[in-house]
Every structure is written in C-alpha cells, then in structure tokens.
Ligand binder design. Structure first.
Ligand code: MG
Length: 121
C-alpha cells in the first residue's frame, strides 16, 4: 500500500480526499498546513503528497520549496491542488518541484489519473 499525505487547511477537502484515496487503496495521513506537513514527513516520508496552495501558517509553496531542499534518498511525488485556473501559479508550482497539479474540486477519476501520471497509482 502506498502512503499519501493530504495537506489542506479545509477539513472538508481532507475528508473528501481521504475517502477517494482510500478507495484507491492508499494509506492516508493528513496535515492542515505546511508546517504540520513537514513534521509528518519527518516521521514518515509519504510516497505522494496532495498539496493545497493557500493555507495559514505555511503555504503549499513554502512547504514544497522546503521539502525539495531536503537531502533525502527518495523525494515524494507532489500533486499541487489549486482553484486558480492560472498558468502563472501552475508554472510556479512546477518550477518549485511539483510533479502535477489538479484543479479543485476534483473527483475520483481526475485524482486517479493524476496519480497515474506521477506513477503512484
Ligand atoms: Mg486552502
């Protein structure tokens, strides 16, 4: 079973994502901001991170930059979630090390196809 860390300040989004991911046979952990996500990664590095853009305390972008600077044997795949249909945002996320992005709200099919693209599903 692969591990997915869901990082989002919305409890509802985390719950929806967890449900979808569990039906796709993932072990799911949750974090409500980038800082909590970094702690989760220190405890156990996930195979993939589903990462929100806008969060208090530490944004998705700050989390991603910090994660990608870490000297670890295997970097997790990162799928960035955004509501912004904005190519500048998407380009910034990819340049910072995101592997893919998904527009919110996402459904099971969309998320599954993104996870297949990054090679974890
Ligand atoms: Mg948010």
């Amino acid at each position: 079973m692969k591990n997915c860390l869901v990082v989002d300040d919305s409890k509802v989004i985390r719950k929806v994502a967890r449900h979808i991911l569990e039906t796709l046979n993932f072990n799911v952990d949750e974090a409500e901001d980038g800082r909590e996500a970094l702690s989760r990664c220190e405890e156990k590095m996930p195979d993939v991170v589903l990462l929100d853009w806008n969060m208090p305390v530490m944004s998705g972008m700050e989390f991603l930059r910090t994660l990608r600077q870490q000297d670890i044997p295997t970097q997790p795949k990162v799928v960035f979630c955004t509501t912004e249909n904005d190519t500048a945002h998407i380009r910034a996320a990819i340049e910072a090390g995101a592997d893919e992005y998904v527009m919110k709200p996402f459904d099971r099919e969309t998320l599954e196809s993104k996870l297949q693209i990054v090679g974890v599903a």
